[in-house]
Design a protein around this ligand. Structure first.
Ligand code: AMP
Length: 122
């Protein structure tokens, strides 16, 4: 079952200005800000401003302009933070198996050092 959208989720509250964030980039349809608990020297979250719980929800429901804006915002963050030359990782967790904690679509943009293997298996 898809993750339901909860308008009280923390990223919805950031978008409403109810809690602060360290903004990296804001566009018409997207916001990028530093993760509060960075997992790499660069760890930025890019979110759409619309109420989309996950990547599949976003691609199914969002307007083409929102999808284009989101992708361009991710690319702009990669460029602005100088990640393109040495590389980076983008990840979006979804649902239970994806271990998604915040039910508002977000793309993790990670970089600034070697990131190791993609998944740690336990
Ligand atoms: P996920 O597990 O993919 O849902 O990731 C949620 C991410 O949101 C985690 O990396 C958290 O550190 C991050 N996070 C939670 N609250 C905040 C916040 N107030 N500002 C910035 N990042 C946050």
């Amino acid at each position: 079952m898809p993750t339901p959208y909860d308008p009280q989720n923390i990223f919805a509250r950031i978008l409403r200005g109810e809690i602060p964030n360290k903004t990296v980039l804001e566009t018409e349809h997207s916001l990028a800000f530093h993760d509060i608990a960075p997992q790499a020297p660069v760890h930025v979250l890019v979110i759409p401003k619309g109420p989309y719980a996950s990547f599949d929800h976003f691609i199914e429901k969002a307007a083409p302009a929102e999808i284009a804006d989101f992708n361009r915002a991710i690319m702009q963050v990669i460029a602005d933070l100088g990640l393109a030359e040495m590389g980076y990782r983008i990840i979006s967790n979804a649902g239970v198996h994806g271990h998604q904690e915040v039910p508002h679509l977000h793309m993790h943009v990670l970089g600034g050092a070697p990131l190791g293997p993609m998944l740690q298996r336990s």
